[in-house]
Design a protein around this ligand. Structure first.
Ligand SMILES: NC(=O)C1=CN([C@@H]2O[C@H](COP(=O)(O)OP(=O)(O)OC[C@H]3O[C@@H](n4cnc5c(N)ncnc54)[C@H](OP(=O)(O)O)[C@@H]3O)[C@@H](O)[C@H]2O)C=CC1
Ligand SMILES: O=C(O)C1=N[C@H](C(=O)O)C[C@H](O)C1
Length: 249
């Protein structure tokens, strides 16, 4: 495949490495300084675009891909308030987009088991639940996209939670979660690639369900696999369509 990389930072550079290893070619690399090269003619040199840019840039990039009719895999987080509108435009314009808050196989397994565990916990109201995420200090969005997906998986399956609220660890004015609210606590520590924990607590014990990324390799390889999977498909997809754990259990 010929790949356009929209965003050539920490993730874009590792994605390039996996793409080349798997026999693909990178025909376009867009970063903050060369944004004018993101045009229809250049994009149409590619079979697929992979966007790991910034919350500010991603919407423009998606619509440039729609305009050029180039399928796009979106790993960028921090834009999910626009997800439904993008889905509508993708479907009505017969475009192709695949998005995921996290492309690693490990986290996608985690997403699946998280939902099963939340459903089970309907029987055990003595446990309260919260989500914690830790990332490096350059991260622009909060809470992480992965933490939002985890929280949505709990809310869909655990009757006693109906919405999430976010706090920054160590912030002075922390909201106290109300009944029905699921707390997502965000912490920023140098160099951490991404750690997510679901914590069920009762008076007598805690149950921790945790994913720790050792590097960005799992995210990057998953994004290339998702781009390969998207070939010859049309429509709006999420990374869960690539892994399909639901079909096997
Ligand atoms: N879904 C997943 O599995 C994962 C998602 N992410 C998400 O991916 C995104 C990128 O992460 P990361 O690589 O760590 O971030 P970086 O800050 O390292 O890279 C962002 C890149 O985007 C570039 N950029 C800025 N403006 C534009 C623009 N207008 N068009 C194209 N590119 C632009 C920056 O350019 P310059 O270098 O010139 O400033 C930089 O190359 C984040 O939203 C992060 O949350 C991260 C890991 C996994
Ligand atoms: O910004 C990051 O680094 C990451 N972002 C994604 C997110 O917001 O969940 C995925 C991963 O945790 C790394």
């Amino acid at each position: 495949m010929k790949i356009a990389l929209l965003g050539y930072g920490k993730m874009g550079q590792i994605i390039e490495k996996f793409a080349l290893e798997r026999g693909h070619e990178v025909v376009l690399k867009i970063h903050d300084q060369n944004g004018s090269e993101l045009n229809k003619r250049n994009l149409q040199q590619a079979d697929v675009a992979i966007d790991f840019s910034t919350p500010d840039a991603v919407m423009h990039n998606i619509y440039q891909c729609f305009e050029a009719n180039v399928p796009v895999v979106v790993g960028t987080t921090g834009w999910y308030g626009n997800l439904q509108a993008v889905k509508n435009d993708c479907m009505s314009g017969n475009h192709t987009l695949l998005w995921g808050s996290n492309f690693s196989i490990g986290v996608n397994l985690f997403f699946h088991v998280n939902k099963v565990l939340a459903r089970l916990m309907n029987r055990y109201p003595v446990y309260d639940v919260q989500v914690e995420e830790i990332h490096h200090t350059q991260k622009l969005d909060s809470p992480s996209g992965t933490a939002i997906t985890i929280a949505e998986g709990i809310i869909e399956n655990l009757d006693r939670k109906s919405e999430w609220v976010n706090i920054q660890a160590a912030s002075e004015d922390e909201p106290v979660p109300q009944a029905g609210q699921l707390l997502i606590e965000s912490l920023r520590i140098e160099q951490v690639p991404g750690t997510h924990t679901v914590l069920y607590s009762s008076e007598v014990d805690d149950i921790e369900f945790k994913h720790t990324a050792h590097s960005r390799a799992g995210f990057a390889l998953g994004a290339v696999i998702a781009a390969e999977w998207l070939q010859n498909k049309q429509g709006f997809y999420s990374v869960s369509d690539v892994f399909e754990f639901n079909k096997n259990s």
